[in-house]
Design a protein around this ligand. Structure first.
Ligand code: SAM
Ligand code: SF4
Length: 330
């Protein structure tokens, strides 16, 4: 079992399998990114070995993310091999966060390998707005991907980053659209991670404002549903729909944090909002035996910090941490 110094049980691993992406969302990346040389990446076999080490230490939930995880060549072999831990019962859930662009191609295979739920990031339903926000995204492909995922039997949750001047006028539409399609929806506050081309203080839309806007249309009943993550939920009394809010800035939720994040080069971040990290690649490559890597994981967990301290305002214009969200997968 992995227990940190604050008695939190680490049972959730997020893995960024690539820092590359076929989109350039304005809050996530700058348009001209320098990505890691491919030679520095762990192979899919090495990623499997690391994930399996975490599972042997009690990790029950594993989320594959990125960059865009579905653009990594051969990525289905990783899902296929990790699926064995679902079969054995050691792993309870294998999931994916994706921008949806490749879902039409992979939805059926994901189901074959044991994936039951996917998070699809979608910030707007307006095609022109979508292109402006993702820069390189193809709206129709994402919509087709969501449809294919549902047709394949995957439960889809939409993640929407609340953004001033992008989707602040679309909150009701997004909620209604998800309700009609029977998809859960979670709003997320933008976090100050990595250099982007724009000004984050202009993008930042506190979710208190999103809630206030929703409350003009629906009665929001507090809901004690606990997905095991940072989201807090309300139920819309009129429709019964559940909507989540992830508020790393306006309300910090670190006391219940159960997760750590692994990058595609084998670096483990114990907190999304801190720079401290542990290198697992060297112990992984040092021997075929997992003893050294397991010792390194235990040592890293002793350094899991109490929490993050994100701030976005006019006096904090730079990122709180230098790496982009795509390095750790969100
Ligand atoms: N490319 C995939 C996607 O977009 O779903 C997976 C990786 S992406 C980094 C994971 C999540 O992080 C997405 O929901 C995205 O909207 C969110 N994200 C990216 N940068 C963010 C930021 N600076 N603040 C808050 N959320 C961010
Ligand atoms: Fe790519 Fe996801 Fe970042 Fe958008 S949010 S640029 S889709 S990694």
């Amino acid at each position: 079992m992995l227990i940190d110094p604050f008695e939190r049980h680490v049972s959730y691993l997020r893995v960024s399998v690539t820092d590359r992406c076929d989109f350039r969302c304005v809050y996530c990346m700058s348009e001209h990114m320098t990505f890691l040389p491919k030679a520095e990446l762990l192979s899919l076999e090495e990623l499997d070995r690391l994930c399996s080490a975490f599972i042997s230490l009690g990790v029950k939930k594993l989320r594959v993310s990125g960059g865009e995880p579905l653009v990594r060549r051969g990525i289905m072999t990783l899902f296929k091999s990790l699926g064995r831990h679902l079969d054995s019962g050691a792993l309870e859930e294998l999931t994916l966060t994706t921008n949806g662009s490749q879902l039409a191609r992979y939805a059926n295979e994901l189901v074959d390998y044991g994936v039951r739920r996917v998070n699809v990031s979608l910030d707007t339903l307006d095609e022109a707005n979508f292109v402006a926000t993702t820069r390189w995204g193809k709206y129709d492909k994402v919509m087709a991907g969501i449809e294919a995922a549902q047709a394949a039997g995957l439960r889809v949750k939409i993640n929407t980053v609340a953004l001033n001047g992008v989707n602040d006028g679309e909150i009701e539409d997004l909620v209604r659209w998800c309700g009609e399609k029977d998809m859960d929806l979670t709003f997320i506050e933008t976090m100050p991670m990595g250099e982007i081309d724009g000004d984050r203080s202009e993008q930042y839309l506190p979710l208190t404002q999103v809630r206030a806007r929703m409350a003009e249309t629906w009665t929001l009943d507090e809901n004690d549903y606990d997905s095991g993550g940072p989201a807090r939920y309300v139920t819309l009394r009129e429709t019964g729909q559940r909507v989540g809010f992830i508020t790393p800035l306006s309300h910090n939720f670190c006391e219940s944090c159960n997760r750590v994040r692994l990058t595609c080069t084998g670096t483990l971040y114990m907190c999304l909002g801190q720079e401290d990290a542990a290198d697992l690649r060297a112990p992984l490559r040092a021997s075929e035996d997992d003893a050294a890597v397991i010792a390194a994981i235990h040592e890293a967990i002793t350094r899991k910090p109490k929490g993050h301290d994100f701030i976005i305002d006019r006096s904090h214009l730079g990122p709180a941490v230098q790496r982009h969200m795509s390095v750790t997968g969100g």
